[in-house]
Design a protein around this ligand. Structure first.
Ligand SMILES: [Ca+2]
Length: 183
């Protein structure tokens, strides 16, 4: 039989019972029967690990990371925030889960080192190489490269070759529908 409220604890006494208030999670009974915060950082019950910093809050606690580091979650080591390191990216740095990404202004392209940006003349100067050729961006320059479509394929706008089979050509009918050049 329930005689106390659900947020209270029932205790037997001689000839009766008492109802005592339970404290919310992260709190404990203080001296004058009020609920006071548990300092998890001090009593060692926190789950911050490695280089995480424990910060006590009322009713709970946080695991934070030192400056220049970023969190991977409670109990996980803080990782260096690459974007806050010098010389990570030439232009702009963006944090991604577990890593980072360098960004370039428009008209520029990220080089294969993933760090520096170079002008993409193909975009910037709107280079038209003509039919069956594509613009290839190079360090400090560009080049028009032949990108012909194979026999039985027809040039579609930009980079595609679409199949265009003569009637009753079985071999052609079984070939891929579309081809794309990627430079
Ligand atoms: Ca606390």
């Amino acid at each position: 039989q329930r005689v106390c409220r659900s947020d209270q604890q029932c205790k037997n006494t001689r000839g009766g019972y008492t109802c005592t208030d339970l404290c919310p999670t992260g709190m404990t009974k203080g001296a004058n029967s009020t609920c006071i915060d548990i300092d998890e950082c001090r009593d060692g019950t926190h789950l911050c690990r490695y280089n995480q910093i424990c910060e006590n809050t009322r009713g709970s606690y946080h695991c934070t990371c030192p400056r220049g580091y970023r969190s991977q979650g409670v109990g996980q080591p803080c990782l260096i925030n690459e974007c806050e390191q010098r010389d990570t990216c030439q232009h702009e740095c963006m944090n991604t889960p577990g890593s980072h990404k360098c960004l370039c202004p428009s008209g520029y392209r990220l080089m294969t080192n993933g760090k520096t940006c170079q002008i993409d003349e193909c975009l910037e100067q709107n280079i038209q190489c003509g039919s069956n050729r594509m613009c290839f961006n190079m360090r400090g320059s560009y080049q028009c490269i032949d990108t012909p479509c194979p026999p039985n394929y027809q040039r579609e706008p930009a980079t595609f070759c679409l199949k265009n089979c003569p009637p009753n050509d079985l071999e052609c009918a079984l070939s891929p529908y579309a081809l794309e050049y990627k430079l």
